[in-house]
Design a protein around this ligand. Structure first.
Ligand SMILES: [Zn+2]
Length: 363
């Protein structure tokens, strides 16, 4: 890896089945019965699991989202060594821009500054009114999430939500404004991805032919490996990143940076979390609910399709001819905007487009 060049773009795409850079941070799969979270969501009368990220459902009932947000809010999880590696690239002035589909803010917590990050699907870093778009203060948001209590706009009383891209919403303007940056990179590093969600997945194709691209992932994906200068580092992200850092003579520095991401607060929050899950007097009930939800999720498929069609119409009206804008509204892979509007992917629908690390493992 001696050619690590002056400026690089790191693109942290959506991880596939645990290969991503945040799964090793312990961020839970909310569908996993073990976390109890799914069962907790079930109590909140969701028509189907994905509704928690439907903007139209959110308008009617924001409580399920705030329940989930309480679990996932930044501060509860520690960045991984891979997040620290991205910060290290910045610290060494190698980073041109960091594109991510993750909304967990772990790159920020590792030290990567705001202006170096493009969060293609938004994140918890900012929040605002869904009607008048007025920003909402961080400290009040923090309290709202802590109490799972959806806050209202101070100007128009509309609902406030974190700037996470929901089904039916456009990608952030910052993504479109920066999506050509890979053309300027001297090196492109792609970490933890299934490389399926457009338009994000096409970023590496913008990298000029003669510029090396490095894929750090559990498996080969997309067109990575098709060019003579592509480098594939296959395996778990953290392990491969360490190897890369070692080859650059940076391992010690990287590990030192990562050590600093384990502040006391993280440990205390960990404790807090244990107290939370102590509602385990309800364990039996949760188990039962989880089984029921498994069944009702199947039943909800039909409803799901109907809801999506509705959204499709709505989004189609909303977007008119602008095709790229709405790509986030559909599921991963092949979907995109057809001439008729959005093409929604109904099979294997999961939240990969928003919560890449929350890949469904429901069986
Ligand atoms: Zn407002």
């Amino acid at each position: 890896m001696s050619y690590l060049a002056l400026r690089c773009t790191s693109t942290n795409f959506s991880p596939k089945s645990g290969a991503g850079i945040s799964t090793s941070a312990g961020i839970p799969d909310f569908r996993s019965p073990e976390t109890g979270l799914y069962a907790n969501l079930a109590r909140l009368n969701l028509p189907h699991a994905e509704a928690v990220f439907d903007i139209s459902f959110f308008r009617q009932n924001p409580f399920p989202f705030y329940t989930l947000a309480n679990e996932l809010y930044p501060g509860k999880y520690r960045p991984t060594i891979t997040h620290s590696f991205i910060y290290l690239l910045h610290k060494k002035s190698f980073l041109l821009k960091h594109f991510t589909q993750n909304i967990d803010c772990l790159d920020r917590e590792a030290g990567v500054p705001d202006d170096m990050i493009i969060e293609a699907h938004g994140s918890f870093a900012k929040q605002g009114c869904i009607d008048c778009q007025a920003p909402y203060p961080d400290d009040l948001m923090h309290q709202a999430i802590e109490h799972k209590d959806p806050p209202h706009c101070q100007k128009c009383d509309g609902l406030v939500k974190p700037a996470i891209v929901f089904f039916g919403e456009a990608l952030p303007a910052a993504f479109h404004a920066n999506r050509d940056l890979p053309r300027q990179a001297d090196l492109c590093i792609v970490i933890g991805t299934s490389l399926t969600v457009q338009p994000f997945a096409s970023l590496p194709s913008f990298v000029p032919e003669e510029v090396p691209r490095v894929l750090i992932n559990l498996e080969q994906v997309g067109g990575l490996g098709s060019r003579p200068d592509d480098v594939l580092l296959l395996g778990d992200c953290d392990g491969q990143v360490k190897k890369l850092a070692e080859a650059c003579g940076w391992l010690e520095e990287l590990e030192e940076l990562w050590r600093k991401t384990a502040p006391r607060e993280v440990k205390e929050l960990g404790k807090e979390k244990k107290v939370q899950t102590k509602e385990e007097s309800m364990e039996e009930e949760i188990e039962k609910l989880t089984r029921e939800v498994g069944t009702s999720l199947n039943l909800a498929k039909e409803h799901d399709v109907a809801t999506r069609k509705e959204l499709e119409k709505e989004a189609g009206r909303h977007l008119g001819g602008e095709t790229e804008k709405a790509v986030s509204t559909d599921g991963p892979a092949q979907s995109g905007i057809s001439e008729k509007g959005l093409s929604m992917k109904s099979e294997d629908d999961d939240l990969e487009h928003v919560f890449p690390h929350l890949k469904s493992n429901l069986s």
